[in-house]
Design a protein around this ligand. Structure first.
Ligand code: NAP
Length: 347
């Protein structure tokens, strides 16, 4: 039987899926463990007695329907999302439940908006792509920094990662995105995504203390270029990445994240520093925390909690900043994120 507390996690045994399952439990939800590999699912379920494992494949819609039976919502953590997002959104629409994913793939997120906006709105349900560190957090921060502005000339999101040990899922998703772009690069300028072959600039970004100025790769384009312009009139959205983290990601022997605490988080720290500009006026806000994969769990679960308790502003396919009260959402994550608002940007 269904319970309003059952939340299905597709890709439950992946690195991010495990953080999401743990976060759901901590928040009093009952995670339903979904994935394509029965053995991996059973191993996870055995480690967490009482958890229900449901094997399902994106190639078999009936298996997805069975897996979502009785779920109040689904969180998709299985990437590359080029393969999983559309079948899971379809299944969520058939089940009449909200869908949240953690996709960092720009093209997959564009597809979710393009293919499902009308049907999700008509169904009166919510589909939230990129509800994670990349895409979701940046959008919440930009929306918060905008305050009463509905338009700005530009938004810049600088990622100050101490390191980046990528998971297999991150690397596979990057490879799929690269193939979809034909090896080209992408940026968001003039109010649209632009594919190009230009070299990426290196510059210095003035992160707030204690990190301070760091060398960053400019136009290191992340999912925020989909989420932010989906609801804010900002024709230039640029993302930057600390050069060290970018080098870690592309290293041929990139190591997977290693847990250093009892929550399973790695030692990686992050600062997401956001600047929005309208004419000569700038507004800034930054957030700091530990482990970009781990933080994606409270982001996705807080989103589900708000959807299931009716704390939403819209229906259809929408990004975090459009669906939720962004400053309130960020405040709710104070156990996981520290917010920094510069003095000259207050009040
Ligand atoms: N936006 C963000 O900030 C953010 C944050 C965290 C993660 N992510 C994204 O989330 C995805 C997962 O990352 P991760 O760190 O959890 O990687 P991971 O540990 O390698 O896990 C990947 C998971 O996806 C599953 N999967 C992959 N393709 C599948 C398919 N076609 N059907 C069913 N399951 C499939 C894998 O199952 P098998 O083991 O059976 O292959 C595994 O459970 C990646 O795309 C990553 O980029 C994004």
């Amino acid at each position: 039987m269904g319970s309003g507390r059952n939340v299905a996690v597709f890709g439950a045994y992946g690195h991010t899926g495990r953080f999401v399952v743990a976060e759901l439990r901590e928040r009093g939800y009952i995670p339903l463990l979904l994935g394509r590999d029965q053995d991996k699912l059973l191993a996870l379920a055995q480690a967490q007695p009482g958890r229900e494992a449901r094997q399902a494949s994106v190639d078999d819609p009936a298996s997805l329907d069975r897996a979502l039976n009785g779920a109040a919502a689904v969180i998709n953590c299985a990437g590359p999302f080029a393969s999983t997002a559309a079948p899971l959104v379809e299944a969520a629409l058939r089940a009449g439940i909200p869908y949240v994913d953690v996709a960092a793939e720009i093209e997959a997120n564009v597809d979710t908006f393009a293919h499902f906006a009308g049907r999700a709105r008509a169904a009166g349900t919510v589909v939230v792509p990129a509800m994670a560190f990349y895409g979701g957090l940046g959008d919440l921060l930009v929306t918060t920094a905008m305050g009463d502005w509905t338009a700005a000339d530009e938004a810049r999101i600088a990622y100050g990662l101490s390191s980046w040990h990528p998971t297999a899922g991150t690397l596979a998703s990057g490879a799929v995105s690269g193939q979809r772009r034909g090896g080209r690069r992408v940026r968001y300028t003039g109010g649209r995504l632009e594919y190009h072959d230009d070299a990426l600039p290196t510059l210095e970004w003035p992160f707030p203390a204690p990190l301070g100025p760091q060398s960053v790769i400019g136009e290191f384009t992340m999912a925020d270029v989909v989420t932010v312009p989906s609801h804010l009139a900002v024709p230039e959205v640029r993302t930057y990445m600390t050069a060290k983290a970018a080098a870690d990601l592309s290293a041929p022997d990139a190591a997977a994240p290693a847990a250093v605490d009892d929550r399973g988080r790695s030692a990686q720290t992050f600062v997401v520093d956001v600047l929005v500009r309208s004419g000569g006026t700038e507004r800034r806000v930054a957030a700091t925390g530990q482990d970009i994969y781990a933080i994606s769990a409270p982001l996705a679960v807080e989103a589900v909690d708000r959807i299931l308790t009716g704390r939403t502003r819209t229906t259809g396919v929408a990004s975090a900043g459009a669906v939720f009260d962004a400053p309130d959402f960020l405040r709710a994550l104070s156990a996981h994120l520290s917010l920094h608002v510069p003095h000259d940007a207050r009040g």
